[in-house]
Design a binder for this molecule. Structure first.
Ligand code: MEV
Length: 316
């Protein structure tokens, strides 16, 4: 049995703008996905099982089946295989569930083929074949975070990307809560594209403002200025609301988090539902408990200083 794993992600600042070449800050989180290449399939076609019930074969017509076929091609798999995947990440929640699954599958397929572990960038690139089926034309930030973890400044460039590791001066404590509504990244990205087509000047101005927030947030992370970072997250949330990707639940969750002492709070990922991330000074328990009292599922996590790129590229 050959195993691969990958982490989920939280975008701290810069979602949506990142699709248009603005840098964004992304963190790998300790919840993720695992894939096991368990052996040959029961039939001639490669098969993928998710949990107890969902099963697709590579010739199926569903999105998952087509994504599976695409990743088998990207990995040049030479013999049929049965892959089982599990994840602790909710789907359609902005935590990089599909990218974590994609990177984990790439790693399991490499192990199945007896190949040496791929570099993080190669694993992320091949996982994009899977991501594109679900999300259309994603920026690639999710797959990169899934393959590398740590804290990254990610910028999409024509024909590639620019990546910088951000050295965290202090660990980050985050509360992450689910609005209870799942959303489609593809639809939310389309919605912003339509808004931009209708209102080019305003949306471009919002992206420029997000760009400066991201640059300042990088400095705040490197200096350990979490109070400043929280304020930048709040400002990013205002700009995201202006891009029409926030919802009533997200606004409620941000307000509750701030009332319970969070340094800043915003949606993370594509919005339209999904998750809110709140930056915490000290114990995240108050924010998590308040969200739960209001009926939202929530957990907390800590992100410490980045581990080295080489170490991450050797993730199992
Ligand atoms: C996805 O997690 C965040 C978006 O910026 C889309 C993308 O980067 O592909 C909304």
């Amino acid at each position: 049995m050959q195993r691969g794993s990958a982490c989920g992600k939280v975008i701290l600042l810069g979602e949506h703008a990142v699709v248009y070449g603005v840098p964004a800050i992304v963190l790998g989180i300790d919840r993720g996905a695992t894939a096991l290449a368990v052996g040959p399939p029961t039939a001639a076609q490669s098969e993928l099982t998710l949990g107890q019930t969902d099963r697709v074969t590579e010739d199926g017509a569903s999105d998952v089946a087509r994504a599976f076929a695409a990743i088998l091609r990207a990995c040049a798999v030479t013999r049929p295989v049965h892959v089982e995947v599990t994840t602790e990440l909710p789907a359609g929640a902005g935590l990089g569930c599909s990218a974590a699954l994609g990177v984990a599958i790439v790693r399991a397929l490499d192990a199945w083929e007896g190949r040496p572990a791929a570099t993080a960038s190669d694993a992320a690139e091949r996982a994009m074949a899977w991501e594109q089926v679900f999300h259309g034309n994603p920026s690639g930030i999710d797959a990169t975070a899934a393959a590398r973890g740590g804290c990254l400044l990610y910028q999409r460039m024509s024909g590639g990307m620019h990546l910088n590791e951000i050295a965290l001066a202090l660990p980050l404590t985050l509360a992450i809560g689910h609005s209870g509504v799942s959303s489609s990244t593809r639809e939310m990205v389309d919605l912003v594209a339509k808004l931009k087509a209708r209102n080019e000047e305003n949306v471009t101005r919002s992206f420029e403002a997000i760009h400066s927030l991201v640059q300042n947030a990088r400095l705040a992370l490197e200096a350990g200025d979490h109070t400043g970072l929280g304020k930048l997250m709040d400002l990013n949330q205002v700009l995201l609301s202006g891009l029409m990707v926030s919802t009533e639940e997200i606004e409620t969750m941000c307000r509750c988090a701030r009332e319970e002492g969070a340094l800043g709070a915003k949606l993370t990922g594509s919005g339209g539902g999904g998750c809110v991330v709140a930056l915490i000074d000290g114990d995240p328990g108050r924010v998590v408990a308040r969200w739960q009292k209001e009926g939202f599922r929530a957990f907390s996590t800590t992100v410490s200083s980045s581990v080295g790129t080489e170490e991450r590229s050797r993730l199992p």
